[in-house]
Every structure is written in C-alpha cells, then in structure tokens.
Design a protein around this ligand. Structure first.
Ligand code: NDP
Length: 277
C-alpha cells in the first residue's frame, strides 16, 4: 500500500499531499471508488455539496473505520455551493452536508467559488469561522479565490484560510497566486491537476514520461508534489487510482521540472473565478 507524505496546514492540521477527488463520480459508484482509494492508501478525499455524492464518501469513510482505519486518519473536504452563500445559508448548507456525510466532524470546509457578483463570500466565511470555533470543522479555507478576493477576505475576517483550492496544472501553474499563498501561509491545492485528462497527450510530457518509464499522469503528479502544492486527482478505475498514488519512488531532476514549467500557457480546463456567480 502506498501512502502520501503529509503537509501541515497553517493551523497545525495535517493533510496528505496527494488526495482523491470525486467531482463527476456518480453517486452510485462513489462509496466503492472511495473505498478503493482508501484501500490503495489515500487518506484525503475531496467532495462538495455540488457533486451530489457526499453520502457515498461518508459511507466509505465509516466503512473504513469499521475495518480499523481511524476516522482521524482520514481527511474529508467539502464545500459550500454558490447558491448557499451568506452567513445563515452557509450554516444550513454545512448541516445538510454533514447529514449527507453522516460524520461527526469535517476536516476542511471551503467556499467553492468567490462569486464576486453575489458579494457574499465574507459573511459565508464568517459562518465557516463559527463552525471552526465550534470544533465542527478542523480547518477552513476557500476555493477559486484570486488575489483580490483573498485580500478582501483577509481584511474583513480573522482566520487565515488554511487552503485555497484552485485550477492548477502545467498549462496553468498559477505562479503569482502561489507566491501570494506562500506569503500568507495558505496551502495551494490543485484541482484538475491532470487538466481533466487533456494534458496527458501533451507531446513534451509524453516524451519525458517515456524517458522516465512512468505514465504521463504520474509525471504530472510528481511535478505537483515537487512544486510544493497539494493535488487531488480524480480517477474512475482501481488501476488509475493506484497508479496516481505510485509517485513517491522517483524524483524529477531540475531540468525535467523546468521542462514541465515551460508548458505554462495560461490554458484553463474550467471557468475563470470572476465568471462564476
Ligand atoms: P483531473 O485533472 O483530476 O482529471 C481527471 C481525468 O483524468 C478523468 O477523465 C480521469 O479519467 C483521467 N485520469 C485520471 N488518472 C488517470 C491516469 N492515471 N491515466 C489516464 N487518465 C487518468 O480533473 P478533475 O476536474 O476531476 O479534478 C480533480 C478533482 O479536483 C475533482 O474530482 C474535484 O474533487 C476537484 N475539483 C474542484 C473544483 C473546484 O472548483 N474547487 C473544480 C474541479 C475539480 P477516469 O475518471 O475515466 O479514470
């Protein structure tokens, strides 16, 4: 069984560098795939109210507990959806997520998108602070926040986000935002770390992976780890779930890292945060 190294968040909580994401995992398959991931060695699972599969994540975590994997050895993230922003609505959304998950506490709760036109992320985050102070969630953070959103948030709230989960892969390395995170003590977590699969046919990556004798997915995930951010790849088969975690027995050289860095082309697989409301 593989095991990801851990990263200590700004409040002392530990999260695996490599986790498993379940966006677009159908509700009916979610428990089995998350159980497969946990058995493969994953201990960090990323879901969201939007994904409509929190119940399957919760069942898999509880089943793992019954097999002897302690609840506090597993790290579960969920997110408040855009239409539930606002102080009271966020508290209610959290309760709804926890009812779906069937867990006593959550490890990380994120604001899914800043939704600047709604202009509610500050009261939403204040609700996250309340949940954090009540001990119902071990860490709080944001997702898809750009630098101006972070600055606005920090000026109006007390708890520095532990994580900003953003689209990040070799085509979109988020260099400036990562600098801001480093200055503020916020961990960068990469969503769509494999560019939703599209990056896996990039010729420069195919050639580097061939030379190393690893898959392109493993090469890209290794680049994430050596770049110092967290990543949560999604995969739908036991083979890929296993393959994506099997990246801790090789190292990319400085030249290989630079060759991947050079693919920066400001190319997104998802929406720009200012366009989601
Ligand atoms: P990923 O970059 O993780 O790519 C997933 C795609 O890559 C799937 O098509 C998958 O295929 C394929 N794939 C995975 N592993 C391999 C492999 N070893 N070889 C070949 N193909 C592979 O994209 P996601 O958009 O799913 O992002 C990952 C996670 O990030 C999500 O599940 C979610 O948890 C989070 N996320 C968060 C967002 C946010 O706004 N906060 C937005 C989007 C995602 P298959 O499934 O068929 O195996």
């Amino acid at each position: 069984m593989q095991r990801s190294p851990q990263h200590t968040l700004n409040n002392g909580a530990a999260i695996d560098v490599l986790g498993y994401g379940v966006y677009k995992v159908p509700a009916d398959d979610c428990e089995d795939l998350v159980s497969t991931a946990i058995d493969a060695g994953y201990r960090t699972i990323d879901t969201a109210a939007l994904y409509a599969n929190e119940a399957g994540v919760g069942r898999a975590v509880r089943a793992a507990e019954a097999r002897g994997i302690a609840r506090n050895d597993v790290f579960v993230t969920s997110k408040v959806w855009n239409t539930d922003q606002g102080y009271d609505a966020t508290l209610a959304a959290f309760d709804a997520s926890m009812a779906e998950l069937g867990l006593e506490y959550l490890d990380l709760y994120l604001i899914h998108w800043p939704c600047p036109e709604r202009n509610l992320f500050i009261p939403s985050y204040k609700a996250l602070e309340t949940l954090y102070h009540e001990g119902r969630v071990r860490a709080i953070g944001v997702s898809n926040f750009e630098e101006p959103h972070l600055q606005q948030l920090l000026a109006a709230t007390d708890v520095v986000p532990a994580v900003n989960q953003v689209e990040l892969h070799p085509w979109l390395p988020q260099t400036r935002l990562r600098q801001v995170h480093a200055e503020l003590g916020i961990a960068t977590q990469a969503w769509s770390p494999l560019g939703r699969g599209a990056i896996l046919t990039e010729p420069a990556l195919v050639s580097l992976a061939d030379g190393l004798g690893c898959s392109v997915a493993q090469l890209v995930l290794r680049w994430h780890v050596q770049s110092g951010h967290l990543a949560i790849p999604k995969a739908s088969s036991a083979g890929r779930i296993q393959e994506n975690l099997d990246i801790f027995s090789f190292t990319l050289s400085e030249d290989q890292m630079k060759a991947i860095d050079a693919l920066d082309s400001d190319r997104r697989s998802g929406s720009h945060p200012n366009q989601v409301n």
